[in-house]
Design a protein around this ligand. Sequence first.
Ligand code: HPA
Length: 267
Amino acid sequence: MNRELITATYLQEKGTPDTAIILGTGLGIMEKAVTAGTTIDYSDIPGFPESSVEGHSGKLIFGSLGGKDVVVMSGRFHLYEGYTPKEVTFPIRVFHRMGIRTLFISNAAGGLRKDLPAGSMMLITDHINLTSLNPLMGPHDATLGPRFPEMTAPYSRTLNEKARNFAREKKITLHEGTYAQVIGPSLETAAETRMLRMIGADAVGMSTVMEVIQARQCGMEVLAISAITNNNDPDNYEPATIEEVIAMAEKAGPTIAKIFSGVLEKK
Ligand code: HPA
């Protein structure tokens, strides 16, 4: 049996949710919105990689949100930690093998537009992969999906519409835009920030795109929201510290959880 199946078989006994939710840096605070059932440390899950990064706790929570069964990944795996694209996306393939059809993603990101200040939120409507890597590189596993998955609409239009409507109803300002993934861990220079703006990125971060590509190959519907933790203005560039990033993510986290819950209620 392959490693994904071993992990999926183990986890299936803990619950059979339809939706998986990934919590980004500083967004562990969103756990509070989830009615928790079983919690399992990554280190206790057969086959699961371990996460070590600041602002991430490294556990899987089976519970409910918006009246629906969910599994929450508190702590994700990043390329900058040295994980390969295949390791970063291992949990997504496990979720697919568990029968999970929907993936909600949150992340911390740097805002590249003036109207995306620290503390704001952005619904991701498209992405730019700036890692020069791809989780689908290597031998093809046809049981996951197509070799060449199309990427015309990686972020579900239906789920985006539900998120938009919910935000409007609740008077939550939810910006929209394109997310660019870089590898990190160093942050962008002013020149790189100018380039990111020029090529059409609205926010930049060190996650998400790998996971979305894997999820789309598996046919999952994706909804993703960035917590904008700092604003990168190349003409007035201020360093962003990890403490600020975590503090701002914690500020946006409860609202992102509310949006996810609202979308789940209408699912
Ligand atoms: N750049 C890259 N990743 C990030 C940033 C940023 O400015 N803020 C939070 N994650």
